[in-house]
Ligand binder design. Structure first.
Ligand SMILES: Nc1nc2c(c(=O)[nH]1)N[C@H]1C(S)=C(S)[C@@H](COP(=O)(O)O)O[C@H]1N2
Ligand SMILES: [Mo]
Length: 531
């Protein structure tokens, strides 16, 4: 018995006694199971906060239940409980899960691994819920999976120790049960404290992130003084062709942030420091009280491969950076602005691009008529037409330090990327998307860009012949331009390439270069078989 009580790798066995289990052990087993469940929920919530808010399983299950319930019942709940209906539902789910996990604990005590299926079923419901949510993604399943694993490991650890704790009354004079009991109780207390603290932290963090998102959606954007009205002919309305303005939810996202910074607009400030005559700090209210402009500009990532999709076009609402810099008054010797984000990421932008009266470099607060989405830099980011994002487009921006390229460098520069990153001429074939098509009239269409210079010509090569594409209208030189060529396709296999010419007459080079160190080049080419 001594060995059973203290052995580490004993299987869980029923106590060798005919008198059955004293009832209190069952109670402890339920508690152990519920603590396993709570640990699992805590881990899932913390991981969800870290990775993706839509991965938190309980709110997802709540939303799923509301969707599944008949509308009448949902409305009844709303009338009956008012705004408490959602918290009420979430509380019911929470304690329902803990009760089921308690059951899993009782089963586990009776037979090794018998609690596993109960945990698996609970997790499966959570997985279905996150995958059918309004914002489903593969990474949204990670919190629930890790929660399942952690929860079940905790349950096992507690039940194994509980099984070793044999009632002393069955073994008069055997003190071995005493350390076993102490071990189990110690584990229970440690797990309980850890799980409660973890879950409280997870909830607080998720709630804070949720509060920022709520505030964001309620924000009323000021009306800009000037806008770039999008001309009717900017969109050629070809099926599958990238729309002129990229919807926010389709806009590519690139950053080094593991956890998206969530900043309340009311807490946001921007410092302008360094080589300036007048250091200054501006807050959100000051910023949006200024005359704002809306400017359409295409953002491109230096990592974009030829034919890649790390490029998007949006109407940015913001305040010209040059106006702020004019107040701060850069000193002689400065040629760069090092912008720093909430998460410490930095970009080094040529000062000249930010003070250029002809270039609309913005501190942006809005994107396509909405407050900036959190993952695109809410509450404030930089957008500088003509420069790759890594040297200009700092999201969650908190500081502009006026300095020099000789003294400072942005995040990616020491990692092998050029200190300066003017955008290269680019063009892409979007349609046809299919590589095998039928003969007859076919639209070949795509987008071409050379921000801040503008695109004047796009040519398509089909086989050996070059053809001029039709160009769509644009708001100005800072955006991409749709192009279209209608082709009468006859059977055969064709290589189709595209090249653009900018407003300075520079033709996009055929020489192919990889993204590092200063952007990819070459002609986007696709092979199409016509049958
Ligand atoms: N804070 C922060 N801002 C950042 C980055 C980053 O990693 N952190 N990446 C930059 C890069 S490389 C690009 S291409 C653009 C992308 O902006 P988007 O995610 O809104 O498309 O953001 C820029 N701003
Ligand atoms: Mo980028």
């Amino acid at each position: 018995m001594t060995q059973l009580a203290s052995g580490r790798d004993e299987p869980i066995t029923a106590p060798p006694t005919g008198r059955g289990r004293p009832p209190h052990r069952r109670g402890w087993a339920w508690l152990a199971g519920a603590l396993g469940g709570l640990s699992g929920i805590a881990v899932a919530d913390l991981v969800a906060w870290f990775l993706t808010p839509s991965g938190a399983p309980i709110p997802a299950v709540g939303a799923m239940i509301i969707n599944l319930l008949p509308a009448g019942l949902v409305n009844f709940g709303k009338e009956f409980l008012g705004t408490a209906d959602k918290p009420f539902l979430l509380t019911v789910i929470f304690f329902g899960v803990l009760a089921l996990c308690g059951l899993a604990g009782a089963l586990e005590l009776r037979r090794s691994y018998a609690g596993g299926p109960v945990f698996a079923v609970i997790a499966a419901i959570g997985l279905v819920a996150v995958l059918t949510s309004s914002d489903p993604s593969l990474r949204a399943i990670i919190p629930t999976l890790l929660g399942l694993l952690a929860g079940y490991l905790v349950l096992r650890a507690l039940i194994v120790r509980l099984a070793r704790w044999l009632p002393r009354s069955d073994y008069p004079g055997d003190l071995a049960a005493l350390p076993a009991r102490r071990t189990f109780l110690t584990w229970t207390v440690v797990v309980a404290v850890g799980a409660v603290v973890g879950e409280m932290a997870g909830r607080a963090l998720n709630a804070a992130a949720g509060a920022v998102e709520d505030a964001r959606t309620k924000l009323q954007l000021p009306v800009p003084e000037t806008t770039d009205p999008v001309p009717a002919g900017a969109d050629l309305n070809v099926a599958d062709l990238s729309p002129y303005l990229t919807p926010n939810e389709d806009f590519y996202r690139i950053d080094t942030a593991l956890q998206v910074p969530t900043i309340e607009a009311a807490d946001w400030t921007l410092k302008i420091t360094g080589l300036v005559e007048q250091e200054m700090t501006i807050n959100y209210a000051d910023l949006i009280a200024r005359p704002l402009v809306e400017h359409v500009a295409t953002l491109t990532c230096v990592s974009n491969e030829v034919g890649g999709d790390l490029v998007g076009n949006a109407a940015w609402l913001g305040y010209p950076i040059r106006a702020l810099l004019a107040e701060a008054k850069p000193k002689a010797g400065a040629d760069m602005v090092l912008s720093t984000s909430e998460d410490g990421w930095t970009a080094g932008t040529p000062l000249s691009a930010l003070t250029d009266p002809d270039r609309m470099a913005l501190l942006a607060i809005g994107m396509n008529g909405e407050p900036l989405p959190i993952e695109h830099g809410y509450p404030v980011r930089m957008v500088v037409p003509g420069l790759y994002g890594y040297v200009s487009a700092t999201k969650w921006v908190r500081e502009l330090k006026v300095t020099s390229f000789a003294k400072d460098q942005g995040y990616w520069t020491p990692l092998g990327w050029s200190a300066k990153g003017p955008i290269k001429i680019g063009s892409r074939i979007d349609v046809p998307r299919k590589r095998r098509i039928e003969e007859g009239p076919v639209m070949i269409a795509g987008v071409a860009w050379d921000q801040h210079t503008g695109i004047d010509r796009v040519e398509v090569r089909i086989g050996d012949e070059w053809y001029d594409a039709q160009l769509a209208a644009v708001t100005g030189v800072d955006t991409w331009r749709q192009w279209l060529y209608s082709w009468s396709a006859t059977p055969g296999t064709y290589e189709i390439s595209v090249r653009a010419t900018n407003a300075d007459g520079e033709v996009q080079t055929e020489d192919s270069a990889p993204p590092a160190p200063n952007g990819a080049s070459g002609w986007h080419t696709v092979t199409i078989t016509v049958t």
